[in-house]
Design a protein around this ligand. Structure first.
Ligand SMILES: [Cu+2]
Length: 210
């Protein structure tokens, strides 16, 4: 009985619309998702006007809504039923289809997002503070020729490069990814289907194949 109650309260915690960072979900931390990267680089200095020229995509994100960074772990949709492409229109992939009342809309902005250098084979690392587990992860990378700095991201710009099975609840997951034939700025798009309920995270990470 106690165990059942604990499960119920754990499920309820994820339904409450928390506005602070106390509630734990997760994100891709390496290569850093757009808002996780902006939180890492500027969270302790987010009013510094130098950001406008040094990191303009983070600047516009902080100007649009600082909660996109404070809640770097909350970019998810509930009850998608596996129909990711139906839930998320082209041009809205990085905001999870403008989820959470538009909190993350700035992450769809087209432009020169800061990148993490990667090789053809790299590892996506996801931090799951609440140990939700995963039914699966899907990792896509943009096709060679697509330019994230000038074009809005759509489903047909992506190529599936990894599809996993279940991951037992833990705080850190690693997804090995193999690609070939890419250079320059690309977007890594990670779908995390959590296991505690039908809760799906949609995470854009900017990378530079070097
Ligand atoms: Cu959660």
């Amino acid at each position: 009985m106690l165990h059942a109650l604990a499960l119920v309260s754990a499920a309820l915690l994820c339904l409450v619309p928390w506005t602070d960072t106390a509630h734990a979900h997760g994100s891709v931390v390496d290569p850093a998702s757009r808002n996780y990267g902006c939180w890492q680089r500027w969270g302790s200095d987010f009013q510094n006007p130098a950001m406008a020229t040094q990191d303009p995509m983070c600047w516009q994100a902080w100007q649009d809504n600082p909660n996109a960074m404070w809640n770097w772990n909350g970019l998810y949709r509930n009850n998608v039923g596996g129909n990711h492409q139906a839930a998320i229109p082209n041009g809205q992939l990085c905001s999870g289809g403008r989820t959470e009342g538009g909190r993350y809309n700035s992450l769809d902005t087209v432009g020169p997002w800061k990148t993490t250098n990667v090789a053809d084979n790299f590892t996506v690392r996801l931090y799951d503070q609440a140990s939700h587990g995963a039914d699966y992860f899907r990792v896509y990378v943009t096709k060679q020729g697509f330019n994230p700095a000038t074009e809005p991201l759509g489903w047909d710009d992506l190529e599936l490069v990894a599809q996993t099975g279940r991951y037992a609840p833990s705080q850190n997951y690693e997804i090995p990814v193999s690609t070939s034939g890419r250079s320059g700025h690309h977007v890594v798009y990670t779908i995390w289907q959590a296991s505690h309920m039908d809760q799906v995270y949609y995470l854009c990470s900017d990378v530079n194949f070097s």
